[in-house]
Design a protein around this ligand. Structure first.
Ligand SMILES: Nc1ncnc2c1ncn2[C@@H]1O[C@H](COP(=O)(O)OP(=O)(O)OP(=O)(O)O)[C@@H](O)[C@H]1O
Ligand SMILES: [Mg+2]
Length: 273
């Protein structure tokens, strides 16, 4: 193989034919069905799709937290992986923040670093330095129940970020943030991504956010989730806020909204079946 150019080698992760079925008998749910998805190195890919179409399921598989049904293939950094051994190779922010209630903000933030064996003082110093950027300065010693939903989400984001991996999977990381904080965090994330060139796969329900952040926007179908559409966002970077009013942006948005609406209608007519 050496010397051969493998067109896939510049992908950080490639999923091919990934399916996942839950339960059996009358409770059987095919969450995702034959998903092919590729994220290039340094690429920022956003993923949208109706609620319940299997986005989080796909992330759990890509993070090594859950197995796919037999038959699919996952390649990470060009090498074939059996789902679970991806655990620890990607940084992953789950949809629910999963903060430990008995740990202070600072100690929730350093969880992954501690698990990796970093000394607590060193890990704390790293996390502490990030608090102001996340609007959490002064809250280091608070417990999660003393924070707002948006603040909790930002603690989870620091934790994900401190776990430095080439691929970050972010499952609606800004979902609980108010519009202003959300805009700030989007800017911050783009800045970080441009400086560190990590690859990002990012789930959102917000089409504007998907376009504003992404190099590509991938749309999933209603359950069973498949890839419906993969749209390149050819807007130059850095993108100013007013890019959202440009003709190119609106053209992409209109294509995406049509596709998403079609799938959301399907998932509603399907509900209850
Ligand atoms: N552990 C599980 N056991 C049984 N069914 C599950 C499990 N996890 C997910 N499902 C089912 O798989 C389907 C996809 O769920 P998933 O959480 O991946 O959707 P989603 O696209 O992330 O939705 P949302 O946008 O609402 O977060 C749903 O029908 C859900 O009920
Ligand atoms: Mg989800």
């Amino acid at each position: 193989m050496q010397g051969m150019t493998d067109p896939a080698s510049d992908a950080i992760i490639e999923l091919a034919g990934i399916s996942r079925t839950f339960g059996g008998g009358a409770d059987r749910v095919v969450a995702i069905d034959g998903v092919d998805l590729r994220v290039g190195r340094g690429e920022f890919v956003t993923l949208v799709g109706p609620s319940g179409c299997g986005k989080s399921t796909l992330f759990n598989i890509a993070a090594g937290l859950a197995d796919a049904d037999p038959g699919g293939e996952i390649r990470f950094g060009g090498q074939r992986h059996a789902g679970r051994d991806l655990l620890g190779r990607v940084s992953f922010m789950p949809q629910r923040d999963l903060l430990l209630p008995w740990r202070r903000v600072i100690d929730n933030a350093i969880l992954a670093l501690e698990v990796e064996g970093m000394r607590r003082a060193e890990a704390r110093a790293k996390a502490l330095a990030m608090m102001p950027e996340f609007g959490l300065a002064g809250f280091e010693r608070h417990y999660p129940h003393q924070l707002s939903g948006g603040m909790r989400q930002r603690v989870a984001l620091i934790r994900t970020f401190l776990f430095e991996r080439d691929l970050m999977l972010l499952d609606e990381p800004f979902g609980a943030l108010d519009a202003l904080t959300r805009t700030m965090m989007q800017r911050w994330l783009l800045d970080v991504w441009q400086r560190h060139r990590r690859s990002i796969l990012f789930i959102t329900h917000d089409v504007d956010e998907a376009i504003f952040l992404g190099d590509r926007v991938v749309v999933m179908t209603a359950r069973p989730g498949r890839i419906k559409m993969d749209v390149a966002v050819d807007l130059p970077r850095p993108r100013p806020a007013h890019v959202a009013t440009s003709a190119d942006f609106l053209r992409i948005k209109s294509t995406l909204l049509d596709a998403i609406e079609e799938e959301s209608m399907k998932s509603f007519t399907m509900a209850g079946h």
